[in-house]
Design a protein around this ligand. Structure first.
Ligand SMILES: CN1c2c(nc(N)[nH]c2=O)NC[C@@H]1CNc1ccc(C(=O)N[C@@H](CCC(=O)N[C@@H](CCC(=O)N[C@@H](CCC(=O)O)C(=O)O)C(=O)O)C(=O)O)cc1
Ligand SMILES: N[C@@H](CCS)C(=O)O
Ligand SMILES: [Zn+2]
Length: 763
């Protein structure tokens, strides 16, 4: 008998019900009770969708973020929110989103404003969590109320539930010490609270608890390896059975450590660590359950069930009822239900599986292994047909693209001259002042813009009507920028639903979904386009919009593109060729767009690579190879232009110290980066490296509703000028302004321009 389970389910809802409920509550349009009811309804629906499993996860639902949930469970709230006296869920949102003292909520007056918790990406996914904060004074205290309530809710519905929590070592490792203290010094008292939590769960009759320790797939120093032994030696005395879950990669040096931790079961990612599984069997103590993650929880392709069974059958024979089967990781990273898709290309759709379909695949595997393949022969036959069709489809393979790839030479990535010669020609052409001002690309995506697009997609607004609405938005953006007196303008990206999906929609080799939403952070979602075939660009994607924007002004208009690495990292990508090959294909397509923009008279072109650093492999030993092809792909995209054309790139959420050489190798004329929250300390890396080209260090934290003052911006730029020569500095926000309101953007940019003018006057 094979046991099936899942590690977690997407919580946003197939139609983003949670997003809309959250945003309605935050806007004061609905009550806390209504929001809590939407949460309960979603949990119930998701448990029902998973009801065929032997163990269903509980505690994977979060109103904002599962890591923040864990911080609340452990009583690890930042000191700045300790005094809050309203509903704990409101306090939770205060940590997640921050609160300005001027905001209109019930507690603004009494509890004041608070800064939002820092957000960073969850391992190598496009999901972002709220970073736990630690200091030497941190004290943990158990608050098991959320988990116990959800457990009781599941039990009342007859669900065979398995609570899911983040493990103590991962929790410490992914958090940030806010002072000079050593996070590991907190482990003993943290373990005390974990022991109490497991005890509280045991007291309610919980049998299995899944403890996620994905940090085990990264390179761990000896002290952290030791922390694992310490932690699980202590937790082994609990009355629940622990299923330790590792995912997102192979274990490599941590195999022996993980296999021998004193837990009842171990979940391993059999997609990314497949080659490790058979050797691991020999290492595994005889009493231990082994859960194999055999369905990819990170992509949307159907699993090759027959091939998986060929590989699994001997393992199942060996482990018998010690074998559990699951997706490789939580299904948080995939959309909910393929059946919702009404307009997705039929052929491509037949190759796909979203969360619900992945659980069906799991069931088919379990039945085949316990009752024989005959029992599911129809499912296996139709799966085989889909796998074979995809492999041989002419939609996937385009010989012309393959030939173009073979013709890539190193010269394709070389500019005509070095930065110094280019900079002189660009300065002569562009005539920009010292400390030139610009923005990163997007202006607010207003409800009117989204409504127009949704009407256009629904067929209730004509293409002419839609284009007129977008042109009106572009005109508004240009007028605002002119009256603000910015130096280099942007068109504002009104016509883009998302900086990646927009390009996916227009490139050959991509499909896009209607409802393939994946949570990115909080209530914010993305719909990653599906890269299924060789990539080409049937026609220009951005030129008409940028040309229109340029026609409205005599100031330089910056062409705005997303780079190949970012498009790749934020798409669902092919599993039948390397990421590098897909990236080079994207590079050739975007290069054509760059050259078309240049031909259309655009002298400044920005190629966003927000996800270049985000795509770094979890293991440092693999960084060099990734950076080699990622940088080369950027260079191929950017470097076909004349010396006079100024290439910008933009990166956010970044630390640069460890990849500064690769950044310099990209050879963009100007790089704009996120720095405002680090007080310009991020620039030390550029200073130490003697970074040779121009830099726009962000001076306006676009994640916050706060308006930066002119004085603050001047101070930040003065700090920047201590690290980078003033002649090579630009003045700009940290990132795009799409999530902000015009009423915030205008005063902030006014102060930014005033600051630049003050700096020039004093230069
Ligand atoms: C920079 N970031 C990005 C990441 N990944 C990307 N793929 N893109 C990114 O920009 N990763 C890291 C960060 C994450 N940051 C963000 C920031 C903001 C969002 C966001 O705002 N997402 C939107 C959805 C954007 C979108 O696709 N919009 C569509 C659909 C709009 C919509 O919901 N329409 C409604 C109808 C509206 C109406 O009638 O009023 C509907 O369809 O029901 C569009 O503009 O057309 C979000 O809302 O969550 C994401 C990541
Ligand atoms: N050009 C994009 C970059 C976001 S990282 C924007 O401004 O939204
Ligand atoms: Zn950005």
């Amino acid at each position: 008998m094979i046991t099936t389970h899942s590690l977690g389910f997407p919580r946003i809802g197939a139609k983003r019900e949670l997003k809309f409920a959250l945003e309605a509550y935050w806007k004061g349009q609905s009550s806390l009770d209504t929001l809590k009811q939407v949460g309960a309804d979603l949990r119930q629906q998701h448990w029902q969708l998973q009801s065929a499993l032997d163990w269903v996860p509980v505690g994977d639902f979060a109103f904002y973020d599962q890591v923040l949930d864990m911080s609340f469970t452990l009583g690890n709230l930042p000191a700045r929110v300790h005094d809050f006296h309203g509903d704990p869920l409101d306090n939770y949102f205060r940590v997640a989103r921050g609160r300005s003292a001027a905001s209109a909520d019930d507690h603004a007056q009494c509890c004041g404003g608070v800064a939002a918790g820092e957000m960073t990406k969850w391992f190598d996914t496009n999901y972002h969590y709220i970073v736990p904060e630690f200091t030497a004074e941190t004290r943990f205290t158990l608050d098991a109320s959320r988990l116990l309530a959800q457990w009781a809710e599941a039990k009342a519905l007859g669900v065979q539930a398995k609570p899911v929590i983040i493990g103590p070592v991962t929790y410490l490792a992914i958090g940030k010490a806010k002072d000079a203290s050593d996070k590991l010094a907190l482990l003993p008292q943290l373990l005390q609270v974990y022991s109490e939590l497991l005890e509280a769960l045991a007291a309610q009759g919980v049998e299995w608890v899944q403890i996620d320790e994905p940090i085990l797939v990264t390179e761990l120093e000896a002290t952290w390896q030791h922390a694992f032994n310490l932690a699980y030696q202590q937790l082994k005395s609990s009355r629940v059975k622990i299923l330790l879950a590792t995912y997102f990669g192979p274990l490599v040096d941590n195999q022996y450590l993980a296999a021998n931790l004193p837990v009842a079961g171990w979940h391993v990612d059999a997609i990314n660590a497949r080659h490790e599984i058979v050797p691991l069997l020999a290492m595994l103590p005889a009493h231990k359950v082994l859960s194999l993650g055999v369905i990819n929880g990170r992509n949307i392709w159907k699993t090759d069930l027959n091939a998986t069974l060929d590989w699994l059958a001997p393992i199942a024979e060996r482990l018998r009822d010690r074998l559990w089967l699951a997706p490789s990781c939580s299904l948080l990273h995939v959309p909910v239900d393929l059946e919702s898709e009404q307009t997705l290309d039929g052929e491509v759709k037949s190759w796909l599986a979203f969360a619900k379909q992945k659980l069906d695949e799991l069931q088919t595997l379990a039945v085949a292994l316990s009752q024989g393949r005959e029992a599911v022969k129809d499912q296996l036959a139709s799966n085989q047909a889909a796998i074979t069709a995809r492999r041989h489809s002419p939609r996937v393979n385009n010989p012309a693209v393959k030939t173009a790839l073979e013709k890539i030479t190193p010269q394709l990535g070389e500019r005509q001259h070095g930065y110094a010669a280019r900079a002189a020609k660009q300065a002569a052409l562009l005539q920009l002042p010292k400390y030139p001002t610009t923005t990163i690309g997007s202006f607010p995506q207003t409800a009117e813009i989204r409504q127009a697009r949704s009407q256009f997609k629904a067929g209730t607004l004509s293409i002419d009507g839609y284009q007129a609405a977008m042109k009106a938005e572009i005109t508004r953006s240009v007028r605002e920028q002119e009256s603000l007196d910015l130096d280099v303008l942007v068109h504002g990206e009104a016509e883009r639903n998302d900086m990646v999906e927009y390009f996916g929609e227009q490139l050959e080799g991509y499909a896009f979904s209607q409802f393939g939403w994946v949570q990115s952070y909080g209530s914010r979602c993305v719909k990653p386009p599906i890269l299924f075939g060789d990539i080409s660009r049937p026609k220009a994607m951005t030129v008409a919009w940028i040309q229109y924007a340029q026609s409205l002004t005599s100031k330089p208009m910056k062409g705005m593109l997303t780079g190949p690495v970012t498009i790749l990292n934020w798409s669902f990508v092919r599993d039948d060729q390397t990421r590098a090959v897909s990236c080079y294909q994207l590079a050739l397509a975007i290069r054509e767009e760059v050259l078309d923009l240049e031909k259309a008279g655009i002298h400044i072109i920005q190629i966003d690579e927000a996800a270049l650093r985000e795509g770094l492999p979890l293991r440092k030993s693999e960084w060099k190879q990734y950076l080699q092809w990622a940088v080369e792909a950027f260079r191929i995209t950017a470097n076909g232009v004349a010396d006079e054309t100024q290439i910008h790139t933009h990166m956010c959420y970044s630390e640069f110290n460890d990849i500064i050489a690769a950044i310099a190798d990209m050879d963009a004329d100007v790089i704009t980066i996120e720095t405002s929250r680090s007080d310009m300390e991020l620039l030390d890396a550029f200073d130490d490296f003697n970074y040779p080209n121009e830099i726009g260090p962000g001076v306006y934290d676009i994640h916050s509703p706060n308006i930066p003052t002119e004085q603050h911006i001047v101070q930040l730029m003065q700090k920047a000028a201590e690290r980078v020569p003033a002649e090579r500095l630009w003045v700009n926000p940290d990132c795009g302004l799409k999530t902000r309101q015009w009423s915030e953007v205008i005063p902030a940019l006014r102060n930014m321009v005033a600051a630049a003018k003050a700096l020039r006057a004093n230069a």
